[in-house]
Write a protein that binds this ligand. Sequence first.
Ligand code: X90
Length: 278
Amino acid sequence: MSYIIVTDSSANLRSLDAPVAFASVPLKIITSEREFVDDASLSTAEMTSYLQSYRGRSSTACPGVADWLSAFGAADAVFAFTITSALSGSYNAARLAGEDYEAAHPDRRVYLVDSLSTGGEMKLLIEKTAALLQQGEAPETVYEAVRAYQSKTRLIFALQSLNNLANNGRVNPLVAKISGALGMRIIGRASEQGELEILSKCRGEKRALEKIVSHMQEMGYAGGPVRLDHCHNTAVAVQLRSLIRAQYPDADVQIGQTYGLCSFYAEKGGLMLGFEVE
Ligand code: X90
């Protein structure tokens, strides 16, 4: 039996460490002048600097049904992961692709997971799936285990600007306004419904990092794995990892970069953390 893990590019993953078939389906970042496809050929640094000087409207687009379908390839079992269906059409496109795929090949199955989140939380779900598949678990068992694991994973983010989120209707413009003040950091999380929920706002880097850790603890963090992605903010990501490890010396904290889609919305300096709770 062949299988593949497919995710949309909001997971900030282009490959897997595990020897399991894998594909990333790109979202797109669009301006009136240019279109950025969030795949391995994208330079997020170049995109970010272009967007900083670009003054017109910009938006994003989720993958279409055909994009998902071609990523499924010819696997007997497809595990597909999407960004939260509350903020994107990616899940719906993947669902329709799954229906087509199963109708065309009655012996194949698509196991679809609405992450109700994005970024590092998707990484954790995907890592779990890869590990169980490698252990030789049956697809149905893997799917059930991953759905159950979703109740143990969370996402927190800290952003310096909510402009792109607000301009694209992903957050209330009034909420976005508070982040306009210089030096303000907005900390929030993916809610249980997969929506963006603001937890607090504060001034200054050090204060923000301490707040992130205390919010994580309030949400049940107790030293489990953390997948921390940053948008051009390595030094601060490393500082945050040290702060987590000061309390949990053995914590498996892996730092990565936001790719195109998350860089667009998290904006320069943004941090997002997927983590496991007890
Ligand atoms: O379909 C599309 O065009 C994609 C729309 C995506 C909108 C939200 C992306 C958020 C990316 C920002 C911080 C994390 C927020 C998580 C809320 C659940 C990253």
